[in-house]
Structure formats: C-alpha cells, structure tokens
Write a new protein. Structure first.
Length: 106
C-alpha cells in the first residue's frame, strides 16, 4: 500500500467519524476529541484508539458499533479495530473550537 493510499483511507476515516454522534451530545465524536489515533497498517487494517467522555458512558456500545459500521464501509479497508482507551483522560480542552462553540463553552 502506498503512502497516498494510506492517507486517503485515514482522511475517509475522519470523514466517517465526523458522522458518529453520542446520542446525548449534538457534536460528532471526532470534533469532541474522542479519537486519539487513526492508523492503517500494511494489511489494510484500520486501527482506531478512542475514548469516551466518561468511563461509564451508557451509549458506549452504540457509539463504537456505529463507528465500526461506518468505518468498514470505506473502500480498501479490510478490517476495523477500535480500542477504547482512558489514557490520557478526556477533557473539554480536547474538543475542537467548533465543538466548544456548539456546546456553549466559548
């Protein structure tokens, strides 16, 4: 896989993640800063490290499955691995400026 193909898949992953929402928050998970890593390996496996706004998030399963479903639709991706991590701990500073504005933090 070329570097251009890898970058194209990573860009499409960002686009897809921008369509995944926590049902309780009107901002996508990418803009919330919940995505810590997007990586495509040589076997075209898409590896995502993400966190949640709270460790006991009631919508965690829904969010992960929605993300997995959408990421698997990307052409060229053979497998999607989503790892939930809690280091570093998520905080509001990780949100994009647009997300902070949308949620009234600016």
């Amino acid at each position: 896989m070329t570097q251009e193909e890898k970058l194209a898949i990573e860009e499409k992953a960002v686009q897809m993640l921008r369509t995944v929402y926590d049902p309780e928050i009107p901002v996508d998970i990418y803009s919330l800063g919940l995505i810590y890593k997007i990586d495509v390996d040589e076997d075209r496996k898409l590896n995502i490290d993400m966190t949640l706004t709270a460790p006991n998030c009631p919508a965690a399963d829904f969010i992960v499955e929605d993300a997995r479903y959408k990421l698997q639709s990307i052409e060229g991706v053979k497998e999607v691995n989503i790892e939930i991590v809690f280091e570093p701990e998520w905080n509001r500073d990780m949100m994009s400026e647009e997300a902070k504005l949308e949620l009234g933090f600016l």
